[in-house]
Structures are given as C-alpha cells and as structure tokens.
Design a protein around this ligand. Structure first.
Ligand code: ADP
Length: 306
C-alpha cells in the first residue's frame, strides 16, 4: 500500500484580481479556508484516485488540527497523527483572477515531525510506495527514505518546496517529481546547469533513476535511465485555481503506480501513470481550493473516456 509522510496545513485562500507586489495592498474579493498542506493533499489525492493510503502527519492540539484529521478520515485515509503543542501549520494563499497563486507557509506543528516513532517506522517498513515532500524536516524525509528503500519500497520524492538535498537522501529516491523551477534549482545546487526542461530531466537522471518534471499547462516530462525523455501533454481545460495541481498529480500518480504493482507488473509504466495523474490534475485546476478540487477515481476515468 501507499504511505505518505508530510505536512498538513489549514489553507487561508484570498481571491484577488492581481497578486500584490512588494509594498502593495489589495482588497480580496473573498476569503475561504480549506484543508491543505502538500502531504495532506497528496494523501487525499491518492485515496480519492482509488488507492489505500496511510498518512504520517503532525498537527496541533487545536481546532484546525481536529478539522484536518476529520477531513482525512472522512476521505478514508488511514491517519497516523501526532498532536503536538505547536499550532497546526497554516498557508496564506492568494489566487489571482488568472488562476496563478502565491503562497506563504507557517510550518507550525509540521516542523515537529522529527525522530520517527516505532509506530511510524513500522508503517514505513510496510510501505509498497512511500511518497514524501519537503514541508516537514528534511532529516525525517531522509530517514524515512532510507528505511523504506532498505525495505524494498518504491521511494517517491516530490522535492517541493525546493531546498538543498543531501546526496544520501537522493540515493534512496527511486522517482523524483519536480516542477521546472525546482528542477533547475536542484541542478544548480549540484553544480549542473540547464535552461531547458528536457536537458534538466536528462541531467537529473544522474542523481536518481527516474524523474518527472511537471510543466503546468504544458504537461509533464517523464525520464527514466536508459530511455528517451517523453512528454505527457496536459489536457486542455480552463484553469480557475491551480493550487494543489502538483499535489493532485503526485497523489494520483502513486495511486496509478500502486494499481500497477497490485496487478503484478514487473516494470512500472510511468508514462501511463503520468497520463492518469495529468487527468486528475486537469480536473482539479477547473475548481477552487486544493483538497476540495481533488477528483475521485470514477471522475478521472470518465475524463479519460473509459
Ligand atoms: P506545481 O503546481 O507543482 O508547480 P504544475 O503547475 O507543473 O505543478 O502542475 C502539475 C500538473 O498539473 C501538470 O503536469 C499538468 O498535468 C497539470 N496542470 C497544471 N496546470 C494545468 C492547466 N492549466 N491545465 C491543465 N493541466 C494542468
């Protein structure tokens, strides 16, 4: 089964005409609060896409924390939660009329997801696929990756928000998922340089065996060692809110990979999983919010014309 280790936040979403620049104040057309955080979104996306998933998370002993856990449980995510003294993480999100966003995150309780407990390590050791992001302490991500890798799981890292990564962590990663900006940053940190996504994908294969670079409305690149880089086009839709598109993509992708594993596949087909994931993401960008916009399996299959 799938194990997601990562963040949960309360998203405060302000809809504005244009995202304010430095020194600028703008009035919002509306404000809403939703469950969010990359871990929370990706665990929800995996479950809605039809997979069984456990989620290792840290939230506060506050109302936001209780609300997030309720949401996860009602979606059928198996939650392994710490309730800590820090407040639940929050994200301040502005969404422009164009659908573009800007985000400020206060990690709060997420920053206390350190020193994995016996229970958490047990869950990670049982994982078929471990999916993580970088909104929780990177030492925890490194330790979980090493444990899962040693136990034979497929370790998937969505390196967002981007930060410098230790070679030791990358050595335990089987599949890296990044957007274009994150891909270039990661390469720059290792002294490599690329200005073109296809080149970046090839260079990243020197660090990990497989890479997906998401390119927003331009789709995604799938790269695996020994194969040429392939493009998975995005579906043409009208985007109203791209918050969580990447998370929906990651969660749906691992759900598709897990389905392949369960069907007994020896070699996982990344490209077809990425196609399923782009369909899920394309549905999500047509609706507001992160978690509220994540589609279910039937909807994704209908969209794909099954
Ligand atoms: P992130 O939000 O992490 O930067 P992207 O913006 O690259 O991620 O989006 C992830 C995936 O979501 C893309 O690869 C694509 O499949 C889908 N997607 C994103 N924006 C759109 C869009 N405007 N139309 C259709 N699909 C989209």
């Amino acid at each position: 089964s799938i194990v997601v280790l990562g963040s949960a936040n309360l998203d405060l979403v302000y809809r504005v005409q244009n995202i304010p620049g430095p020194g600028e104040t703008v009035l919002a057309a509306s404000r809403a609060s939703h469950p969010g955080g990359k871990g929370n979104n990706q665990a929800t996306a995996a479950v809605r896409a039809g997979a069984a998933a456990s989620f290792i998370v840290s939230v506060g002993q506050d109302e936001a924390g209780a609300m997030l856990l309720d949401g996860l449980e009602s979606d059928g995510v198996r939650v392994s939660a710490r309730r800590v003294t820090e407040p639940t993480g929050t994200a301040l999100i502005t969404v422009a009329d164009s659908g573009e966003n800007s985000i400020v995150v206060d990690s709060g309780a997420n920053s206390l997801l350190a020193e994995l407990t016996e229970t958490e390590l047990g869950i990670i050791e049982e994982a078929g696929i471990l999916l993580m992001q970088l909104e929780v302490p990177v030492e925890t991500v490194g330790r979980a990756a090493a444990v899962a890798h040693a136990a034979g799981a497929l370790v998937v890292l969505n390196a967002a928000p981007i930060r410098e990564l230790e070679a030791e962590l990358l050595a335990a990663v089987d599949l890296l998922i990044v957007n274009e900006h994150e891909a270039f940053r990661l390469l720059a940190d290792t002294g490599l340089q690329a200005t073109e996504a296809t080149v970046a994908a090839e260079l990243l294969l020197e660090l990990v065996p497989a890479v997906i670079i998401t390119l927003g409305a331009a789709g995604a690149l799938v790269a695996e060692r020994g194969k040429s880089v392939r493009t998975v086009p995005a579906f043409e839709v009208t985007a109203v809110d791209t918050t969580g598109a990447g998370d929906t993509f990651c969660g749906a992708l691992v759900a598709a990979l897990e389905a392949q594993r369960e069907a007994g596949a020896n070699d996982l087909e990344l490209e077809s999983a990425a196609r399923f994931a782009s369909a899920a993401a394309a549905i999500s960008v047509q609706r507001a919010g992160a978690v509220p916009s994540i589609p279910g399996r039937q909807e994704i299959e209908d969209f794909l014309g099954h």
